[in-house]
Design a protein around this ligand. Structure first.
Ligand code: SF4
Ligand code: SF4
Length: 161
């Protein structure tokens, strides 16, 4: 008795294609559907300029040298009545070049004054690569998208302001 003829490979392959086409997509159909990234996602870095003391630590720690900071000293009133006037640093320029940044997070980690935060926002692609340089104003705008920190664990003490 002759062996039963096998389904030719082409028809079999088309069957697999058809079956796959009819299955619902497992990927998010961006940009028609926007996926909500996890709250701790490293999307973009936000700057809280009022906390920044222009200590330069983030700029010196950045492995890509993509943080550009300039500042000047200015007089500030004494902390207490009768105290000496103080000299404080003020920001002139704070830029991050996202064309160079590798999203390592070192700058956010090393900042001793809580001036840098991760935001999960990721929609800031540009046609011109030069536009990926975000200045102080733009970095400040990202603060609105920074999620609230998680609640403290039982027994933990809040950081003194
Ligand atoms: S995330 Fe890393 S590479 Fe990007 S600016 Fe911060 S330190 Fe530099
Ligand atoms: S480490 Fe923090 S305080 Fe110091 S320059 Fe960077 S952002 Fe400002």
């Amino acid at each position: 008795m002759p062996p039963t003829p096998k389904i030719p490979g082409l028809i079999k392959g088309l069957g697999v294609t058809l079956k796959t086409m009819l299955r619902p997509a497992v990927t998010t159909q961006y940009p028609h559907v926007k996926e909500a990234p996890p709250t701790r996602a490293r999307g973009v870095i936000a700057l809280k300029a009022e906390n920044c003391t222009v200590c330069m630590l983030c700029g010196r720690s950045c492995p890509d040298w993509c943080i550009y900071i300039e500042g000047h000293k200015e007089k500030a009133p004494p902390r207490r009545p009768g105290g000496k006037p103080r000299t404080v640093n003020a920001i002139d320029r704070f830029d991050i070049d996202y064309a160079l940044c590798m999203y390592c997070g070192i700058c956010v980690e090393v900042c001793p004054f809580d001036a840098l935060f991760w935001s999960p926002e990721f929609e800031y692609s540009e046609v011109k690569i030069a536009d990926l340089l975000h200045d102080q104003h733009r970095l400040g705008e990202w603060m609105e998208t920074v999620p609230e920190p998680p609640p403290l664990e039982t027994g933990a003490q809040a950081k003194k302001k």
